[in-house]
Design a protein around this ligand. Structure first.
Ligand SMILES: [Zn+2]
Ligand SMILES: [Zn+2]
Length: 283
């Protein structure tokens, strides 16, 4: 039995994320997921922007997990937080970053795993009518993925309609948004809430497996759950001149509870950096 076998963890969600998260945690850990009733995660700010969210996604994610623990009175809590925007490394490509945080108040640790999703329908389109949206709608995954319609004047305004999944609702929301916007333009964007976005739900499932597998890995020293990579160190030497480069040299593995650390070589076995990454050979 794992450290969490036959125990229950609270999952703070209003968007049916248990559909993606319950199975990985049951499968890897024997840990059952419970969604607290009457949870108001909007108190932490809304995903669609009506109430601004305060703090970093990481802080919000832990706060959300603790909100569920408070309601369920469970010592274990889970929450997920996604943010979408331009890809952190590749320009002009949209990407999502999903975080998933597990709080263990019995052992006193908080563990977060992340996942950069390159496959996302995230995007928006400015349009005067439904015909101008024709090329963009398949890209947005409509109608299996929902949309949000806003006025466009002075940037995206308050949502006129959220969770739009039918052509009739889209047409009606477009008519209202263009009429209310001084420039006659509607701002239409992808609704990224998990229950309305199957692509995002799949990313959350992958991340849930990643976090559950990590929690199933015990520390080699104290056997606490959650042993895994914490940070990396740079300085992989150049293959021509040996100068340390910015490339990862070691992966540091650590425990969630004790001070045990292990320095490991790169998983790909690379011992030297290509000279084009060298500050001396290729300045
Ligand atoms: Zn340990
Ligand atoms: Zn060099």
């Amino acid at each position: 039995m794992t450290a969490y076998g036959e125990r229950t963890v609270s999952l703070a969600t209003k968007h049916a994320k248990e559909q993606a998260i319950a199975r990985p945690f049951r499968f890897a850990l024997g840990l059952e997921v419970l969604v607290p009733a009457g949870l108001d995660t909007d108190a932490l700010g809304t995903f669609t922007g009506e109430i601004p969210r305060e703090g970093t996604p990481l802080e919000i994610c832990e706060r959300k997990a603790r909100l569920g623990m408070k309601i369920t009175k469970l010592p274990f809590g889970l929450a997920n937080e996604g943010s979408f925007g331009p890809h952190p490394f590749i320009p002009f490509i949209p990407a999502g970053v999903e975080l998933m945080t597990f709080v263990d108040d019995e052992r006193g640790f908080v563990l977060t795993e992340s996942f950069i999703c390159e496959k996302t329908n995230y995007g928006h389109c400015e349009a005067r009518n439904i015909d101008e949206l024709a090329d963009w709608l398949p890209q947005a995954g409509f109608p299996t993925h929902a949309l949000i319609v806003r006025t466009n004047r002075n940037g995206p305004g308050k949502p006129i309609a959220k969770g739009v999944t039918t052509a009739a609702d889209l047409k009606a929301a477009m008519a209202e948004a263009t009429a209310r916007s001084d420039d006659g333009v509607a701002w239409v964007e992808t609704d990224m809430r998990a229950h309305l976005n199957p692509t995002r739900m799949r990313s959350i499932r992958r991340l849930a497996f990643k976090l559950a597998r990590r929690l199933a890995t015990p520390c080699p020293s104290c056997s606490a759950p959650g042993w895994g990579q914490t940070v990396t160190t740079s300085g992989l030497p150049c293959s021509w001149c040996g100068t340390p480069t910015q490339m990862v040299r070691h992966e540091i593995f650590g425990c969630t509870v004790c001070d045990h650390r292990e320095e490991r070589s790169r998983r790909d076995g690379l011992q030297n950096a290509p000279p084009q990454n060298c500050p001396l050979c290729n300045p």
